[in-house]
Design a protein around this ligand. Structure first.
Ligand code: SF4
Length: 294
């Protein structure tokens, strides 16, 4: 029987963690603080830059196409930046924050110079307080959730163009689950076909068209990983987390305070009350947010 409360929820981020290593999946997606009962998260300048720029651009979809360019995007960016300013955004000094803020301003300026498809009709996937989601498999009680940055409506073909805003410097890797997941979300939550997908690298102002996976392959690939996540959680429930969510390579040792890698170490430090981590507040999904002290 389907039940959203007992279902296993998977996303691009959680499956990405699982693929990196099961221990990282556990630390980022399952571990809860004994004190607050909250999950834990690390804030970083890169993440905050992404949040601020995405909020400005995605917010444009709330306005009619012909009014979007009348918005003062620079002012909106300044306002949005206040939400990530300082330690709560992962910035440990003013110089670092200014550097990232400047990069964000440049991205907004690029958008103002050439807004591309942002002035065309777009659609939004339905959602409530949670990210967009649907049953990837009712039989296995697995829900897939995620947010698609922008969906341009293509009137000539009555179809959709998925656009992903990129605020980082690195190009999306081949084999990434991001597009398959977006495609599945679009297919499940609205009726039009997706015929095009692109990444917009905002810093270099470069649009890169991506090859769309076919739906069947997308579903098969995503479900295969989601099932592995579900199975790992099942074993952990039965035999304990230490049986399944383990490091395949040089685990962190809380006694010597050594080992681990850049992905898991900050989480291990939080769990072990290491003074290298600093609590900076509660995040939007009720998680305890930390920064790495410099
Ligand atoms: S050191 Fe091990 S536990 Fe940590 S992220 Fe790397 S593989 Fe995973």
């Amino acid at each position: 029987m389907v039940d959203k409360y007992t279902a296993v929820w998977v996303s691009h981020s959680s499956m990405g963690d699982f693929l990196k290593c099961p221990r990282l999946y556990y630390l980022h997606n399952m571990y809860k603080s004994g004190k607050t009962g909250h999950k834990v998260s690390i804030v970083s300048p890169h993440m905050s830059l992404g949040i601020a720029v995405h909020e400005v651009l995605e917010g444009l979809a709330d306005y009619p196409a012909n009014e979007r360019l009348n918005r003062d995007l620079r002012a909106k960016f300044e306002e949005t930046w206040l939400k990530v300013s300082g330690k709560k955004g992962g910035f440990t000094n003013i110089e670092e924050e200014e550097e990232f803020k400047l990069r964000g301003k440049d991205m907004i300026n690029n958008v103002i110079k050439d807004p591309r498809f942002l002035t065309n009709k777009c659609i939004k996937l339905k959602r409530d307080t949670m990210p967009c989601n649907f049953y990837l498999s009712e039989d296995h009680n697995i829900i897939l959730n995620g947010l698609v940055d922008w969906l341009e409506y293509l009137p000539l073909t009555d179809s959709l163009h998925i656009v992903d805003f990129k605020t980082g410097k690195h190009e999306e890797k081949e084999g990434s689950l991001q597009l398959p997941i977006y495609l599945l979300l679009c297919n499940a939550l609205q009726k039009r076909k997706v015929t095009k997908a692109s990444y917009w690298y905002l810093e270099s102002d470069k649009m890169v068209e991506a090859i769309l996976p076919d739906l069947e392959t997308a579903e098969k690939n995503v479900l295969e990983i989601a099932m592995k996540v579900k199975e790992a959680r099942r074993i952990a429930k039965k035999d304990g987390e230490n049986k399944v969510f383990i490091c395949p390579d040089g685990a962190y040792d809380p006694v010597t305070k050594e080992g681990g890698c850049m992905n898991c170490r900050p989480y291990e430090w939080i769990i072990n009350n290491d003074e290298r981590m600093e609590y900076v507040g509660v995040g939007g999904f009720n998680q305890d947010m930390y920064i790495v002290k410099k």
